[in-house]
Design a protein around this ligand. Structure first.
Ligand code: HEC
Length: 465
């Protein structure tokens, strides 16, 4: 049982007694300063005495509390001195006004005023000790905070639930610095002239210059210091304080390497799986930040079953996963001889519905009716339906495609009327419409429309005028 701390904690309770009693005494003394001796109540003497005694008790308990440690030393020292001074001045007041009965207004104003002032300062320092210097102004309007010497108010971050969406500075770098560094690098304790309490201050650097040079670990004093041998004089945190874990060190370095950004989601900086694991470990998160989308920006999917792949192959499709890490498919249809693609073929594609990213059905005899089915492939990025008898009607079936980026339409029967339909495909980047009835004038108004092939523009009997 820790008796000292047990009693010490009563300081927080007891300190209100001297505050109440001594302010009452001081205010009353000032009030009666210019009144006749007869009017001044006699019990004021007792009030000064009780105030002084309670101040002594509060100071004693405060001392016990200070032994439990963990307080900012400079503030603690000042609080102790002003606290004792409060008691001493209280005692003086009792002596001067109560016993010696000095009634000179000047003396009253000076002593009583000093008493009130000391109590105010002691209380404020005490508050800073328990709540930190920023407590009082934490919720103050920003201009008021600026006057008091604090930066703009910090908006509390919600707890990280999805690492991908966590902010690289606000949820990663900043909390780590707050955990291990800001106790010595803050506005009231600026060791090495370096403040690590806000993005701007980190970037300002310290006495020896820049602490963080975006993208340059070798030049970043902060990285150098945390990577030293813990026994080294320059190692940070200094003074044998708990250092960063291996993962936390790596993550701070990663943040500097990606350019020390002031914000942005983790996912947007595409950390490698290794870095993801460090971030998770550094932030005590159970699962690493794994990107939910693959290189193509498509939702990650398990590989398509072999049975479906085999079935597609047997129908004459060439279906292959796009890469080792992208399970989505690149599918081509090769027509053999004069044989055209059938409804059975097109329906079979629906079995790989979510997996089809690239689809080449060029020169397959594809019809408008069959395009209805193609319009149901949610992850389609590239579609080639060139050299087919498809018309504007068929193209309108493609508008539900949410991700379509490239569309090959050359040598089809489409006209200018297809363009308003294509306009609805907001993700569309490129549509090859050469060798169709689309007029160059209309195509020119569409940034996605490619009317020239780049190597040859087939003439279509005068329609390209
Ligand atoms: C116990 C107090 C303490 C803690 C905690 C602490 N530092 Fe320091 N830091 C100092 C002192 C003292 C200096 C100045 C002496 C020196 O340069 O070694 C300093 C200096 C620095 C400097 C050099 C500033 C300059 O320009 O000279 C950097 C960078 C630094 N600290 C980074 C950190 C980082 C990062 C952390 C957290 C991992 C940290 N410190 C934690 C006390 C501390």
């Amino acid at each position: 049982m820790d008796w000292l701390t047990f009693f010490g904690r009563f300081h927080v309770l007891a300190l209100h007694l001297p505050i109440g009693i001594l302010s009452l005494a001081a205010i009353a003394e000032i009030y009666y300063a210019r009144k006749s001796e007869k009017e001044r109540p006699d019990f004021l003497r007792a009030v000064w005495l009780w105030g002084t005694l309670s101040a002594a008790i509060a100071a004693g308990l405060g001392y016990l509390l200070s032994l439990s440690g963990g307080y900012d030393e400079t503030t603690l020292e000042r609080h102790l001195i002003t606290g004792i001074a409060t008691g001493v001045v209280g005692f003086l007041c009792w002596l001067v006004f109560g016993l010696i009965k000095v009634r000179r207004a000047g003396a009253v104003y000076t002593l009583a005023g000093l008493q009130l002032l000391l109590m105010g300062i002691t209380g404020h320092l005490g508050g800073n000790l328990t709540h930190g210097p920023e407590y009082l102004f934490e919720h103050a309007p920003n201009p008021v905070r600026k006057l008091a010497g604090f930066g703009p108010r910090r908006i509390a971050r919600p707890a990280v639930t999805d690492l991908n969406q966590a902010d690289v500075f606000l949820d990663v770098a900043q909390p780590l610095l707050e955990l291990r560094c800001t106790s010595c690098h803050n506005p009231s304790k600026t060791k090495g002239g370096l403040l690590l309490d806000s993005y701007e201050n980190i970037m300002l650097g310290g006495d020896t210059g820049a602490a963080v040079v975006p993208g340059d670990l070798i030049a970043s004093e902060l990285s150098i210091r945390i990577n030293l041998d813990p026994e080294h004089d320059d190692f940070m945190p200094s003074g044998g304080k708990i250092p960063f874990t291996e993962a936390q060190t790596r993550v701070m370095d990663w943040w500097i390497e990606i350019g020390a950004p002031a914000g942005g989601t983790i996912a947007s900086f595409a950390p490698s799986p290794e870095v993801s694991a460090w971030i998770a470990a550094a932030l005590d998160q159970p699962t690493p930040a794994v990107s939910l989308t693959n290189e193509l920006g498509l939702p990650k999917l398990p590989a398509l079953s072999r049975d479906v792949l085999m079935e597609l192959e047997s129908l004459g499709f060439d279906a292959t996963p796009i890469s080792e890490t992208v399970t989505h498919l690149d599918i081509d249809f090769y027509r053999i001889g004069s044989e055209t693609i059938t409804d059975e073929h097109v329906q079979a594609l629906l079995k790989a519905r979510d997996h089809i990213a690239w689809l080449n059905l060029g020169n397959s005899g594809l019809t408008d009716a069959q395009l209805e089915t193609i319009g149901q492939l949610p992850n389609l990025l590239k579609l080639d339906v060139s050299n087919n008898p498809v018309t504007d009607t068929g193209i309108s079936a493609l508008t539900p495609l949410p991700r379509l980026q490239t569309l090959n339409l050359h040598h089809t029967k489409i006209t200018d009327n297809a363009l308003p339909v294509l306009d609805q495909l907001i993700t569309l980047e490129q549509a090859n419409v050469w060798a169709t009835s689309v007029t160059p004038g209309s195509a020119a108004t569409r940034p996605y429309a490619e009317i020239a092939t780049g190597f040859s523009v087939p003439e279509r009997d005068g329609s390209s005028k």
